[in-house]
Design a protein around this ligand. Structure first.
Ligand SMILES: Nc1ncnc2c1ncn2[C@@H]1O[C@H](COP(=O)(O)OP(=O)(O)O)[C@@H](O)[C@H]1O
Ligand SMILES: [Mg+2]
Length: 254
Protein backbone atom coordinates (compact mmCIF):
# COMPACT_ATOMS: atom_id res chain seq x y z
CA UNK A 1 0.00 0.00 0.00
CA UNK A 2 1.33 3.42 -0.96
CA UNK A 3 2.78 5.83 1.52
CA UNK A 4 1.05 9.13 0.78
CA UNK A 5 2.87 12.37 1.39
CA UNK A 6 2.16 16.02 0.73
CA UNK A 7 4.46 18.94 0.13
CA UNK A 8 2.84 21.64 2.26
CA UNK A 9 3.52 25.30 3.03
CA UNK A 10 0.90 28.01 2.71
CA UNK A 11 3.54 30.38 1.37
CA UNK A 12 3.90 30.51 -2.39
CA UNK A 13 7.26 30.22 -4.11
CA UNK A 14 9.01 28.10 -1.49
CA UNK A 15 9.62 25.09 -3.75
CA UNK A 16 6.58 22.84 -3.18
CA UNK A 17 5.96 22.19 -6.85
CA UNK A 18 9.62 21.93 -7.83
CA UNK A 19 10.12 19.45 -5.01
CA UNK A 20 6.96 17.43 -5.76
CA UNK A 21 7.87 17.06 -9.43
CA UNK A 22 11.54 16.31 -8.98
CA UNK A 23 11.04 13.93 -6.06
CA UNK A 24 8.34 12.07 -8.01
CA UNK A 25 10.58 11.75 -11.07
CA UNK A 26 13.62 10.75 -9.01
CA UNK A 27 11.56 8.03 -7.32
CA UNK A 28 10.30 6.84 -10.70
CA UNK A 29 13.79 6.56 -12.20
CA UNK A 30 14.76 4.58 -9.10
CA UNK A 31 12.01 2.17 -10.24
CA UNK A 32 9.73 3.03 -7.36
CA UNK A 33 6.13 3.12 -8.57
CA UNK A 34 4.92 6.66 -7.93
CA UNK A 35 1.79 8.74 -8.48
CA UNK A 36 2.02 12.53 -8.54
CA UNK A 37 -1.17 14.45 -7.78
CA UNK A 38 -1.38 18.11 -8.69
CA UNK A 39 -3.72 19.66 -6.13
CA UNK A 40 -3.00 23.29 -7.02
CA UNK A 41 -5.35 25.27 -9.33
CA UNK A 42 -2.23 26.95 -10.72
CA UNK A 43 -1.41 23.52 -12.19
CA UNK A 44 2.35 24.16 -12.19
CA UNK A 45 3.20 20.51 -11.56
CA UNK A 46 0.99 19.51 -14.50
CA UNK A 47 2.64 21.94 -16.90
CA UNK A 48 6.06 21.29 -15.38
CA UNK A 49 6.04 17.72 -16.77
CA UNK A 50 3.73 18.29 -19.73
CA UNK A 51 6.49 17.07 -22.04
CA UNK A 52 6.25 13.60 -20.48
CA UNK A 53 2.49 13.18 -20.57
CA UNK A 54 -0.46 13.07 -22.92
CA UNK A 55 -3.26 15.47 -22.14
CA UNK A 56 -5.70 13.89 -19.71
CA UNK A 57 -9.48 13.67 -20.09
CA UNK A 58 -10.23 14.07 -16.41
CA UNK A 59 -8.48 16.03 -13.70
CA UNK A 60 -8.36 16.13 -9.93
CA UNK A 61 -11.31 18.54 -10.03
CA UNK A 62 -13.48 15.90 -11.74
CA UNK A 63 -12.47 13.38 -9.09
CA UNK A 64 -13.18 15.63 -6.11
CA UNK A 65 -16.29 17.42 -7.29
CA UNK A 66 -17.86 15.32 -10.02
CA UNK A 67 -17.10 11.96 -8.41
CA UNK A 68 -15.20 10.69 -11.48
CA UNK A 69 -13.39 7.44 -10.77
CA UNK A 70 -9.83 8.11 -9.65
CA UNK A 71 -8.42 5.67 -12.18
CA UNK A 72 -10.03 7.61 -15.03
CA UNK A 73 -8.05 10.70 -14.05
CA UNK A 74 -4.68 8.93 -13.98
CA UNK A 75 -2.42 9.78 -16.93
CA UNK A 76 0.60 7.70 -17.84
CA UNK A 77 3.93 9.42 -18.37
CA UNK A 78 6.98 8.55 -20.39
CA UNK A 79 8.36 6.86 -17.25
CA UNK A 80 6.99 3.37 -16.56
CA UNK A 81 7.03 4.07 -12.85
CA UNK A 82 5.37 7.49 -12.86
CA UNK A 83 1.70 8.41 -13.27
CA UNK A 84 0.09 11.84 -12.92
CA UNK A 85 -3.28 13.17 -11.89
CA UNK A 86 -3.37 16.63 -13.36
CA UNK A 87 -4.99 19.88 -12.33
CA UNK A 88 -6.56 22.80 -14.15
CA UNK A 89 -7.74 26.21 -13.16
CA UNK A 90 -11.25 24.74 -12.52
CA UNK A 91 -9.89 23.62 -9.19
CA UNK A 92 -10.22 27.20 -7.90
CA UNK A 93 -13.95 26.48 -7.64
CA UNK A 94 -13.42 23.28 -5.67
CA UNK A 95 -12.30 25.24 -2.64
CA UNK A 96 -15.85 26.64 -2.44
CA UNK A 97 -17.78 23.67 -3.85
CA UNK A 98 -16.27 21.33 -1.27
CA UNK A 99 -17.73 23.41 1.56
CA UNK A 100 -21.25 22.08 1.07
CA UNK A 101 -20.22 18.44 0.58
CA UNK A 102 -20.63 15.69 3.16
CA UNK A 103 -17.36 14.73 4.82
CA UNK A 104 -15.73 17.50 2.84
CA UNK A 105 -12.32 17.06 4.49
CA UNK A 106 -12.14 13.40 3.50
CA UNK A 107 -13.08 13.56 -0.18
CA UNK A 108 -9.54 13.05 -1.51
CA UNK A 109 -8.81 10.31 1.00
CA UNK A 110 -11.97 8.44 0.03
CA UNK A 111 -11.32 8.72 -3.71
CA UNK A 112 -7.68 7.65 -3.32
CA UNK A 113 -8.57 4.31 -1.74
CA UNK A 114 -9.12 2.67 -5.13
CA UNK A 115 -5.56 3.30 -6.36
CA UNK A 116 -3.60 3.11 -3.14
CA UNK A 117 -2.49 -0.46 -3.69
CA UNK A 118 -1.01 0.28 -7.08
CA UNK A 119 1.80 2.56 -5.94
CA UNK A 120 4.63 2.65 -3.45
CA UNK A 121 4.46 6.43 -3.06
CA UNK A 122 1.76 8.97 -3.77
CA UNK A 123 2.93 12.58 -3.75
CA UNK A 124 0.54 15.51 -3.44
CA UNK A 125 1.58 19.01 -4.53
CA UNK A 126 -0.50 21.41 -2.39
CA UNK A 127 -1.70 24.91 -3.20
CA UNK A 128 -0.25 27.90 -1.32
CA UNK A 129 -3.04 28.14 1.26
CA UNK A 130 -4.43 26.29 4.24
CA UNK A 131 -7.91 25.99 2.73
CA UNK A 132 -10.02 22.89 2.13
CA UNK A 133 -7.81 21.54 -0.65
CA UNK A 134 -4.78 21.48 1.63
CA UNK A 135 -6.90 20.07 4.46
CA UNK A 136 -7.99 17.28 2.08
CA UNK A 137 -4.33 16.58 1.33
CA UNK A 138 -3.48 16.47 5.05
CA UNK A 139 -6.45 14.18 5.75
CA UNK A 140 -5.32 11.79 3.02
CA UNK A 141 -1.60 11.80 3.85
CA UNK A 142 0.53 9.59 6.04
CA UNK A 143 3.14 12.30 6.28
CA UNK A 144 4.16 15.71 5.05
CA UNK A 145 7.31 17.42 3.89
CA UNK A 146 7.59 21.16 4.56
CA UNK A 147 9.78 23.01 2.06
CA UNK A 148 11.25 26.21 3.47
CA UNK A 149 13.01 28.78 1.34
CA UNK A 150 16.28 30.13 2.73
CA UNK A 151 15.35 33.80 2.95
CA UNK A 152 14.91 36.44 5.57
CA UNK A 153 11.23 35.67 6.29
CA UNK A 154 11.73 31.91 6.12
CA UNK A 155 10.11 31.15 9.45
CA UNK A 156 7.23 33.56 9.10
CA UNK A 157 3.94 31.66 8.87
CA UNK A 158 5.52 28.49 10.16
CA UNK A 159 3.70 28.74 13.49
CA UNK A 160 0.35 28.88 11.72
CA UNK A 161 1.30 25.88 9.57
CA UNK A 162 2.43 23.79 12.55
CA UNK A 163 -0.75 24.75 14.38
CA UNK A 164 -2.89 23.61 11.44
CA UNK A 165 -1.00 20.32 11.38
CA UNK A 166 -1.67 19.84 15.10
CA UNK A 167 -5.38 20.56 14.61
CA UNK A 168 -5.56 18.07 11.74
CA UNK A 169 -3.79 15.47 13.87
CA UNK A 170 -6.25 16.06 16.69
CA UNK A 171 -9.51 16.15 14.75
CA UNK A 172 -9.08 14.67 11.29
CA UNK A 173 -6.04 12.46 10.85
CA UNK A 174 -4.28 11.21 14.00
CA UNK A 175 -1.77 9.25 11.89
CA UNK A 176 -0.33 12.30 10.15
CA UNK A 177 3.37 12.88 10.82
CA UNK A 178 6.02 15.29 9.59
CA UNK A 179 8.57 13.23 7.72
CA UNK A 180 10.84 16.16 7.15
CA UNK A 181 11.59 19.81 6.67
CA UNK A 182 13.43 20.71 3.48
CA UNK A 183 15.61 23.77 3.01
CA UNK A 184 15.26 25.06 -0.57
CA UNK A 185 16.96 27.71 -2.71
CA UNK A 186 20.03 27.56 -0.51
CA UNK A 187 22.86 29.85 -1.59
CA UNK A 188 26.16 28.86 0.02
CA UNK A 189 27.63 32.31 -0.75
CA UNK A 190 25.13 34.01 1.52
CA UNK A 191 25.49 34.20 5.27
CA UNK A 192 21.72 34.51 5.42
CA UNK A 193 21.30 31.04 3.93
CA UNK A 194 23.63 29.61 6.56
CA UNK A 195 21.81 31.44 9.33
CA UNK A 196 18.44 30.11 8.18
CA UNK A 197 19.91 26.61 7.98
CA UNK A 198 21.24 26.72 11.52
CA UNK A 199 18.01 28.22 12.84
CA UNK A 200 16.02 25.41 11.22
CA UNK A 201 18.49 22.82 12.49
CA UNK A 202 18.11 23.99 16.08
CA UNK A 203 14.32 24.16 15.82
CA UNK A 204 13.58 20.96 13.89
CA UNK A 205 16.70 18.95 14.80
CA UNK A 206 16.59 15.58 13.01
CA UNK A 207 13.45 16.50 11.11
CA UNK A 208 15.52 18.78 8.88
CA UNK A 209 16.73 16.77 5.89
CA UNK A 210 20.53 16.57 5.57
CA UNK A 211 20.04 17.25 1.88
CA UNK A 212 19.69 20.91 1.05
CA UNK A 213 18.31 22.07 -2.30
CA UNK A 214 20.65 24.72 -3.68
CA UNK A 215 19.50 27.66 -5.71
CA UNK A 216 20.06 26.41 -9.23
CA UNK A 217 19.04 28.07 -12.50
CA UNK A 218 18.37 24.70 -14.14
CA UNK A 219 15.58 24.02 -11.63
CA UNK A 220 14.00 27.32 -12.59
CA UNK A 221 14.37 26.74 -16.34
CA UNK A 222 13.28 23.11 -16.61
CA UNK A 223 9.49 23.69 -16.14
CA UNK A 224 9.34 26.04 -19.12
CA UNK A 225 10.37 23.05 -21.24
CA UNK A 226 7.75 20.86 -19.55
CA UNK A 227 10.53 18.69 -18.14
CA UNK A 228 11.84 17.74 -14.72
CA UNK A 229 15.45 18.69 -13.94
CA UNK A 230 16.60 15.10 -14.44
CA UNK A 231 15.61 15.19 -18.10
CA UNK A 232 16.50 18.81 -18.72
CA UNK A 233 20.00 18.54 -17.28
CA UNK A 234 20.72 15.36 -15.36
CA UNK A 235 24.08 16.65 -14.16
CA UNK A 236 22.76 19.89 -12.74
CA UNK A 237 23.09 20.59 -9.05
CA UNK A 238 19.29 20.66 -8.83
CA UNK A 239 18.84 17.21 -10.33
CA UNK A 240 21.56 15.81 -8.07
CA UNK A 241 20.13 17.45 -4.95
CA UNK A 242 16.72 15.87 -5.58
CA UNK A 243 18.26 12.43 -6.21
CA UNK A 244 20.03 12.68 -2.88
CA UNK A 245 16.83 13.86 -1.18
CA UNK A 246 15.04 10.80 -2.52
CA UNK A 247 17.66 8.53 -0.98
CA UNK A 248 16.95 10.18 2.35
CA UNK A 249 13.19 9.94 1.88
CA UNK A 250 13.44 6.24 1.07
CA UNK A 251 15.38 5.79 4.32
CA UNK A 252 12.91 7.79 6.42
CA UNK A 253 9.60 6.87 4.90
CA UNK A 254 9.26 3.14 4.47
N1 LIG B 1 16.25 25.46 -5.94
C1 LIG B 1 15.79 26.36 -6.82
N2 LIG B 1 16.64 27.14 -7.52
C2 LIG B 1 16.17 28.06 -8.39
N3 LIG B 1 14.88 28.27 -8.66
C3 LIG B 1 13.97 27.51 -8.01
C4 LIG B 1 14.38 26.51 -7.06
N4 LIG B 1 13.26 25.92 -6.56
C5 LIG B 1 12.23 26.51 -7.16
N5 LIG B 1 12.63 27.45 -8.04
C6 LIG B 1 11.78 28.36 -8.83
O1 LIG B 1 11.13 29.23 -7.91
C7 LIG B 1 9.77 29.42 -8.26
C8 LIG B 1 8.86 28.92 -7.11
O2 LIG B 1 9.04 27.52 -6.94
P1 LIG B 1 7.80 26.52 -6.83
O3 LIG B 1 8.35 25.16 -6.72
O4 LIG B 1 6.83 26.79 -7.93
O5 LIG B 1 7.20 26.98 -5.43
P2 LIG B 1 5.73 26.72 -4.81
O6 LIG B 1 5.16 25.51 -5.46
O7 LIG B 1 5.98 26.55 -3.34
O8 LIG B 1 4.93 27.96 -5.09
C9 LIG B 1 9.56 28.67 -9.55
O9 LIG B 1 9.72 29.58 -10.63
C10 LIG B 1 10.68 27.63 -9.56
O10 LIG B 1 11.04 27.26 -10.86
MG1 LIG C 1 3.32 25.28 -6.46
Amino acid sequence: MAHIFSFVNQKGGVGKTTSSVNVAVSLAVSEVKTLLIDLDPQANATTGISNLTEESNSTIYDVLIRGVNFKDAVTKTQFDHLDLVSSTNDLVGAEIELVSMMAREYQLKKMLESVRDEYQYIIIDCPPSLGLLTINALAASDSIIIPIQSEYYALEGLGQLLNTIRLVQKHINPNLSISGVLLTMFDSRLNLSKEVASELRSYFEDKLFETVIHRNVRLGEAPSFGKPALLYDANSTGARNYMSLVEEILERVK
